[in-house]
Ligand binder design. Structure first.
Ligand code: FAD
Length: 471
């Protein structure tokens, strides 16, 4: 029997953050991992997807060079080399998440599946672990609906798409969330034909005014969309391709592609953990937690994708900080989700933090909605990237409630808004900042300034200025 202060199940974004923090603060820590160190983010999520997108963006730059006066060619993709690039990037980050690094910090790493025997004991392989606190950080897996015929075809999910080395001629993507759209664009830019099939609105969690900018750009690049279909069935054709059929209100349609990607959401990893024995309440949606991230067994915390409500690496890391404060310092630290950012890394990117316009309308808050278009930005003009919009929601007195951006580098541009919302800043702070010229980030200052435009250029101010100039 191993007796420790903290036992963490899952060595992904959440589990590793708790392990590193707790061990370096002097706690005795065991980390249990059944698969690869680094979890989804490093191996089958953020890192490979952004690396693949980077390859796609490179191809697109070559394609578009002519409009900058540089000879353009149609780039030829070496799919095996793209695979190599993706795995080189994973390899360059992997040491940060490695068993060796964590053992050097004093963490005991056990490579086995963890399962609770009772409320205080976990079995991992042939080891029994007793801990003062447990942290469930087991993540999530792709949710694959039981489409008729799926057992007859091979298909990609995020778990195997980054293992592909062969040319993708025509990728059919089922799903319309961030993972689906990122993978669709990466393949499109690498030279594949791409068809996206989605039952409801694409990028449904984002402001439709902003997501439509991204979707229009993807369409212009050649992505094909089939929206609103239902009763989806899948079939293998005689020549080894895959046919996806769906029915719309008008007719039944079939798309034939060389490869299929299913990106229809995530399912929390709650099975096989012995949660009943541990007295941890859970559902299909994940493990239930309170604002301190304690489960129904107060000695067991849950963080990251298995707990939700946001399934992002930065959320798992944020939640890790909350449970460390609760476990090690006995502070009743609670989560605050008022300034959670998220980004879809298509090009243009789509970023959001805080309330959208629809959120504000739903809670009935009195709001002002500000808009600023990228075509007013000189740097966007120089880069020929004028498709984009910033949208900011404030109270009538200028307290910032939310911001959304669709445009080049939106994920970078959203950051000052995250700070502003988390610090409850007013829009005047953003308006009075000096922004270097010419940067895309000037859009943030300009939209903030627009809050005052009406007042500043009013007849009352004009009369006041005239009066003052007389002296
Ligand atoms: C394609 C894709 C792209 C993404 N891109 C982004 C992005 O750009 N930005 C972003 O913020 N987020 C992104 N995400 C989401 C991000 O990867 C997750 O939110 C994050 O990895 C969650 O961390 P976690 O610690 O909760 O789970 P994970 O990182 O998945 O780690 C869970 C670990 O627990 C282990 N485990 C499970 N059960 C057991 C058990 N019984 N015993 C022992 N070990 C167990 C698993 O093997 C795994 O290693 C992406 C996800 C995908 C799929």
């Amino acid at each position: 029997m191993i007796n420790v202060d903290i036992c963490i199940i899952g060595a992904g974004s959440g589990g590793l953050s708790v392990a590193a923090g707790a061990a370096q603060m002097g706690a005795k820590v065991v980390l249990v991992e059944q698969g690869e160190m680094g979890g989804d983010c490093l191996n089958t999520g953020c890192v490979p997807s952004k690396s693949m997108l980077a390859a796609g963006h490179m191809a697109q730059n070559i394609r578009q060079a002519a409009s900058f006066g540089v000879q353009a060619v149609e780039p030829k993709t070496d799919w095996a080399a793209v695979h190599r690039h993706i795995h080189e990037v994973i390899g360059s980050i992997a040491p940060n998440d490695s068993q060796q690094r964590f053992e050097d910090m004093g963490v005991t790493v056990i490579r086995a599946a963890g399962q609770f025997e009772d409320r205080q004991t976990l079995r991992a392989g042939d080891q029994l672990i007793r801990a003062k606190y447990f942290v469930l950080a087991t993540g999530s897996s792709p949710f694959v609906p039981p489409f008729a015929g799926l057992d007859q075809v091979s298909y990609f999910t995020n778990e195997n798409i980054f293992d592909n080395r062969e040319e993708v001629e025509h990728l059919i993507v089922i799903g319309g969330g961030p993972i689906a759209m990122e993978m669709a664009q990466a393949h499109l830019r690498l030279g594949a034909r791409v068809t996206v099939m989605k039952k409801s609105r694409l990028l449904i969690k984002d402001d439709p005014e902003l997501s439509s900018i991204v979707i229009t750009c993807l369409q212009k690049e050649g992505m094909e969309f089939h929206e609103g279909g239902h009763d989806l069935t899948v079939e293998r054709t005689d020549d080894g391709k895959v046919a996806v059929r769906h029915t719309t209100d008008e007719c039944s349609q079939s798309v034939i592609g060389s490869h299929l990607l299913i990106a229809t959401g995530r399912r929390a990893n709650v099975n096989g953990l012995g949660l009943e024995a541990a007295g941890v309440a859970y559902s299909e949606k994940g493990v239930g937690v309170d604002a301190r991230l304690r489960t129904s067994n107060k000695r067991i915390f849950a963080i990251g994708d298995v707990a939700g409500p946001y399934q992002f690496t930065h959320m798992a890391a944020y939640q890790a900080g909350i449970v460390i404060r609760n476990m090690l310092f006995k502070l009743p630290a609670k989560v605050d989700y008022s300034a959670v950012p998220w980004v879809t890394y298509t090009d243009p990117e789509l970023a959001q933090v805080g309330m959208t316009e629809a959120d504000a309308e739903q809670v009935g808050t009195d709001i002002r909605v500000l808009r600023w278009s990228f075509d007013e930005n000189d740097r966007a003009q120089a880069e020929k990237r004028i498709e984009g919009l910033v949208k900011v929601i404030t109270t009538p007195r200028g307290v910032i409630l939310g911001a959304g951006i669709a445009g080049l580098h939106a994920g970078e541009l959203i950051q000052p808004w995250v700070l502003a919302i988390s610090q409850k800043m007013k829009i005047g702070a953003m308006a009075s900042m000096i922004a270097p010229y010419p940067t895309l980030a000037e859009v943030n200052k300009r939209i903030a300034g627009s809050f005052y435009t009406e007042k500043l250029f009013s007849q009352r101010i004009q009369r006041l200025v005239k009066l003052l100039l007389k002296f």
